[in-house]
Design a protein around this ligand. Structure first.
Ligand code: MOS
Length: 735
């Protein structure tokens, strides 16, 4: 087959859904209502526990029920028993998920204990404040430090790390801490649920319509075919909409109980206990090295919080310690620590961004100890193959990332000694860190349809939480079909569409992109076949592989004058449309597949006030082929902003007395504003990863967060000579 000409892939397109978003026409979960054919919506408001552990001894809902407009107050006292069947799919964790309104036990502060359903939101909100709940409260345990862990730990070992560490001429031992953080996407979690007989339709904020469908089917004990989940737009998620949370069940239950469609929107405060979070960590690293900085041994001892009812482990947190640097001797132990909290969940760059802070800080500490440049130290420990799996790398251009970054950033201008560069009261420093995230792919399907008017529609039940799936898939489809972008529509976010995996783990471009490519290739070839078989076509008798399509017109590759349009072809053949199904099944990995990056940061630290200001950042990524450069930049800049946030601001604070989250709002839970974000630049190494997937991409949305926080922390050390081993780096740590 001749290569199909390309116009859209690689072009810096703006979002195809941009106009819908900025004009308010994009319907997020809570926007659904009469305009979408959902009439008579009533509102549910969740009442949450005001103790961190214990039992509910009484619920007095009489004052709430007496309010006009209130339809029902649901709690464990009157809720029906729900089947809560096992749901082996989705993000199934060891333990058992929280069952809503099924018993009197309180497992964490902020657990849903009742819901008020009323005809207006105001009535429901007011009545929710009138529900009186009495508890037999116990002292919750919410601090990771000192709490007993689940045993045995998840463990990994190669070589003899103890012996190699003890024999190493240079030995470092450090403990790093990462605070608990919450995703805090702009869009609140929201559900609209409507039953028709035994079937339920749910308009939902989710990164995975299929997962919510399967969970609702399991909870209510109904067939998955009786559940439809619709989620056309997601206003940010970062991982916390990948799983069906209790409020979705509450909305569906409430709708069934009152026989009306119910809308439920969690408040910002309720998000902190109503959905997951990135767990707090203690991470102990030991490095053994020779005087030239070659790593002889690395040991990793991790403790991270989970809930008492489910055991959440961060996927990927052990990988960087195993494969990022040449280390013959590695040992790792990862312990989860059950606390009286709700269950954590993946948050952008899960595992990898967690591990990056201790590992990349430790490398910086070693560089300082040995007097070796931190870039050189990393280059010196660059492996030739994956030491954990033994596999060759599909592509690994980390050396190029580091070297290009160092050059573009002006790294070599730095004085290696910390605390020596000043700008008035500000101490200046630069830092570097490596970013790594694995290239995930998952089976996916798509349906592509070419209409007689020369437009195309492609569908897959994926999601677009912000990376621009609508746009990037339109670009892939447009080129594969030989159509202008404006004639292609991509739809997503509905369980009636061909199945797709979770929109997470940076696997969407690789997986959905490959299935869209497949479906559209098949569709184009179908049209070409129709033409070459058709005696009335100017292409009759041509070899299919000699035909290409451009701007909706099929023609010979070497003779563009001989051809016709899709429209002419389909109309003459009395075809309203052609259709093809795309499929993608990832091959078993024959290579170690990761996206890489090198992140450089310059900070200024006020020597008297301890204020840290990031002055500039530059990152260079080896992420395979870049489909959509403008959206890639949006991901990279967003990732760097998220990293600034993790480095300096984000910190979920829990009151140890009752397990209450003290800063469960965007006034006290700090995230960066424009003034916190300086000049940021991302560079993408040109090229593609032919091994990873048919379209040559490695995933970008997560790797761009990884490495940012340690680059900033290392820059803070370089500026001040103070090593802060805890995130976020707050002013008090530098005074
Ligand atoms: Mo991402 S944390 O896999 O949404």
């Amino acid at each position: 087959m001749s290569p199909q000409p390309q116009d859209a892939v690689g072009a810096p397109l703006s979002r195809v859904d941009g106009r819908l978003k900025v004009t308010g026409q994009a319907a997020y979960a809570a926007d659904h209502g009469t305009a979408h054919g959902i009439d008579g919506i009533v509102h549910a408001v969740v009442v949450t526990s005001s103790v961190g552990r214990g039992r509910i001894t009484a619920i007095d809902a009489s004052a709430a029920e007496a309010q006009s407009g209130v339809l029902k107050v649901l709690s464990h006292r009157n809720a029906p028993t729900l089947p809560y069947r096992p749901n082996p799919g989705s993000l199934n964790l060891p333990g058992e998920r929280l069952h809503v309104f099924q018993d009197d036990e309180v497992r964490f502060h902020g657990q849903p204990v009742a819901a008020v359903i009323a005809t207006t939101l105001e009535a429901a909100q007011h009545a929710a404040g009138l529900v009186r709940v009495d508890y037999d409260a116990e002292q919750p345990v919410t601090d990771l430090v000192g709490a007993p862990a689940n045993e045995p730990p998840a463990a990994y070992a190669r070589g003899d790390a103890e012996a190699a560490f003890n024999a190493a001429p240079v030995r470092l031992e450090m403990t790093y801490r990462l605070s608990r953080t919450h995703h805090n996407a702009m869009e609140l979690h929201a559900t609209v649920a409507r039953w028709s007989g035994a079937r339920v339709t749910v308009w939902e904020k989710t990164q995975w319509v299929q997962s919510t469908r399967d969970e609702l089917a399991a909870v209510f004990g109904i067939p998955a075919t009786d559940v439809r989940v619709i989620s056309p737009f997601v206003g940010g998620a970062f991982g916390n909409a990948a799983r069906c949370w209790p409020h979705t069940v509450i909305a569906a239950l409430a709708a069934r109980e009152v026989g009306r469609p119910v809308k439920l929107v969690l408040t910002r405060r309720q998000l902190y206990s109503g959905a997951g979070f990135r767990p707090a960590y203690e991470y102990k690293v030991r490095l053994g090295s020779d005087r030239e900085g070659r790593l002889a041994a690395m040991t990793h001892d991790l403790r991270a919080e989970t809930s008492r009812y489910e055991r959440f482990s961060e996927r990927g947190v052990l990988s960087p310690g195993q494969m990022l640097y040449t280390t013959p001797n590695v040992s790792q132990a990862y312990r989860t620590v059950p606390l009286d909290v709700n269950t954590p969940t993946p948050m952008r760059g899960p595992g990898y961004s967690t591990a990056a802070f201790p590992i990349e800080s430790a490398l910086d500490e070693l560089a300082h100890e040995l007097g070796i440049d931190p870039v050189q130290l990393r280059l010196r420990n660059e492996p030739e193959s994956d030491q954990a799996s033994g596999l060759p790398f599909s592509t690994r251009r980390l050396r190029e990332c580091l070297n290009t970054g160092a050059r573009e950033f002006g790294w070599n201008r730095r004085d290696p000694k910390p605390g020596r560069t000043r700008d008035g009261d500000w101490l200046l420093g630069t830092g570097v860190a490596t970013a790594v995230y694995d290239t995930l792919r998952a089976p996916a399907q798509a349906r592509a349809r070419l209409n007689a008017d020369g437009t195309a529609l492609v569908e897959s039940a994926t999601s677009d939480m912000g990376p621009g799936t609508y746009t990037s898939m339109t670009q892939i489809a447009a080129d594969a079909l030989g159509l202008p972008v404006r004639q292609v529509t991509f739809r997503l976010g509905d369980t009636i569409m061909p199945p797709a995996p979770v929109h997470g783990g940076s696997l969407t471009m690789a997986s959905i992109g490959s299935t869209v490519q497949d479906g559209c290739d098949k569709l184009r070839l179908q049209a070409i076949q129709l033409a070459v078989d058709d005696e009335k076509s100017p292409l009759h008798g041509a070899a299919p592989e000699d035909v290409v399509v451009r701007d909706g017109r099929l023609h010979l590759k070497d003779d563009s004058g001989r051809g016709e349009t899709y429209r002419q072809l389909l109309t003459r053949n009395n075809r309203t449309h052609l259709e093809a199904d795309g499929a993608y099944t990832p091959a078993r990995p024959q290579a170690s597949m990761y996206a890489y990056g090198a992140v450089f940061a310059e900070v200024a630290v006020d020597r008297r006030l301890g204020l840290v200001r990031v002055r500039r950042m530059l990152a260079v990524y080896d992420a395979g082929r870049i489909i959509s450069p403008k959206l890639a930049d949006s991901q990279a800049i967003g990732g760097m902003v998220g990293g600034i946030s993790a480095a300096l601001l984000e910190h979920t604070l829990t009151d140890p007395r009752d397990g209450r989250i003290a800063n469960a709002n965007l006034a006290d839970y700090l995230v960066p504003v424009n003034a916190d974000v300086p000049q940021l630049k991302a560079i993408y190494l040109d090229g593609r990863d032919e091994v990873a997937d048919p379209i040559g991409v490695k995933g970008l949305g997560e790797v761009v967060l990884v490495g940012v926080a340690p680059a900033i922390a290392n820059a803070v050390f370089h500026a001040t000579g103070r090593r802060v081993r805890e995130l976020p780096i707050t002013i008090d740590a530098l005074l």
